[in-house]
Design a binder for this molecule. Structure first.
Ligand SMILES: [Zn+2]
Length: 229
């Protein structure tokens, strides 16, 4: 028994070394074995927030970002499931059920899957406002993925963190919203508000597909830094 454990340990060590150095230039996919539900907010008759003078459409941007995020995650080996792939209405209940069917399974411990709900912010009274918001389950402490995601998004957007909530790190906020409150694994999922549609300079950046790719990449980095084995 002991020698078997020892040899398994060696095999794992060898695999780890091979992952780092590569064999014949090959490296294993960094997110292989990780399931990710990508939830593009709004859709169909539900257009999302009032964007103010930028006229950017939240439901269109969330789907665009979701598709970029899905492609980047798949390229790194993750198994990706999207709550919508087109401009259609999906109820919050249906999104929650879809997520839980995929992620609430005995073989999916909290470190093997995440749901990422994508949204954008707006504030018509304060159109200069920028900040990053990562919303999490209010019934539990913030998961490291949420904390890392807030950091990555703040770096990518330069948008800062704005207000803070007692007991939560910068940019991470407890929120009683269905995609984080009613999905499994408990306390592990996030809803991100990367930028403000109502802010002129962020609206300009959101029209740049390169910037949307960078926002998607920020989400991928946060996953890799917290879940990659
Ligand atoms: Zn939204």
């Amino acid at each position: 028994m002991r020698s078997m454990v020892r040899s398994m340990g060696l095999a794992a060590l060898v695999a780890g070394v091979l992952t780092v150095t590569g064999v014949h230039g090959q490296t294993s996919a960094p997110l292989s074995g990780i399931m990710v539900v990508v939830d593009a907010g709004h859709g169909g008759d539900d257009e999302g927030v009032d964007p103010g003078s930028s006229r950017l459409n939240e439901k269109v941007l969330t789907l665009d970002l979701a598709q970029r995020l899905a492609r980047q995650l798949q390229a790194q080996g993750a198994r990706v499931f999207m709550t919508r792939r087109t401009d259609r209405f999906v109820s919050l209940g249906a999104r929650v059920r879809f997520t839980n069917v995929l992620l609430f399974r005995p073989d999916n411990a909290a470190d093997q899957g995440r749901s990422i709900s994508l949204h954008f912010n707006s504030n018509l009274l304060h159109p200069n406002l920028t900040r990053v918001e990562v919303l999490v389950d209010p019934m539990a402490p913030a998961d490291p993925f949420a904390v890392q995601l807030a950091q990555e998004l703040a770096q990518t957007t330069g948008g800062g963190f704005g207000y803070s909530d007692a007991g939560y790190p910068p940019g991470v906020h407890p929120a009683d919203v269905a995609p984080v409150r009613w999905t499994f694994p408990r306390a592990a999922n996030v809803l991100s508000e990367s930028a403000f549609l109502s802010n002129g300079s962020q609206a300009k950046q959101l029209r740049d597909t390169g910037w949307l790719e960078a926002l998607a990449a920020a989400h991928v980095r946060a996953l890799r830094r917290t879940l990659q084995r």
